[in-house]
Design a protein around this ligand. Sequence first.
Ligand SMILES: [Zn+2]
Ligand SMILES: [Zn+2]
Length: 163
Amino acid sequence: MHMARSFRKSAFVMRNMKKQRNTAQKRIIMGALECADHPTATELYEDVHAVNPHISKATVFRVLSQYAENGEIRRLHLPGTDERYDATMTPHAHMRCAICGRIEDVSFPGLENILGASELEGFEIYSAELDFVGRCRQCAEAGRTLNGGDKETENTVSDGASA
Ligand SMILES: [Zn+2]
Ligand SMILES: [Zn+2]
């Protein structure tokens, strides 16, 4: 009899092996997300790829989508940039610098009540996002402005004037 061999190839074992491999891959992907700073799926894939080149781009994208749909991570739709992912689930808002693209977490008193929208009776909130777009402290200190070749912002102070 070839019990051992057939067991090794059985659907149960194959399924279990696949499950273990998927779990390991998800752990790597989620670990990378926790270390990254609001990455896009492509950026996260690059991080994951550096650690484990066997994980495909499709897997990274699929795992991110699954986790976002299950509400285990946040998918951010910040204006002016690609979709980004966030492993921090405590209520917080985002501030995106329109000049350098930096995204920072921000929190302030009362934010939790706004995002929880507890006063909206009869409306069950699944997710809420609050985004600010502006100029970050680093860009402000460096005197960087939004007029990087954009004709519509010709009235803003030029680099030459502020230097
Ligand atoms: Zn900036
Ligand atoms: Zn965040």
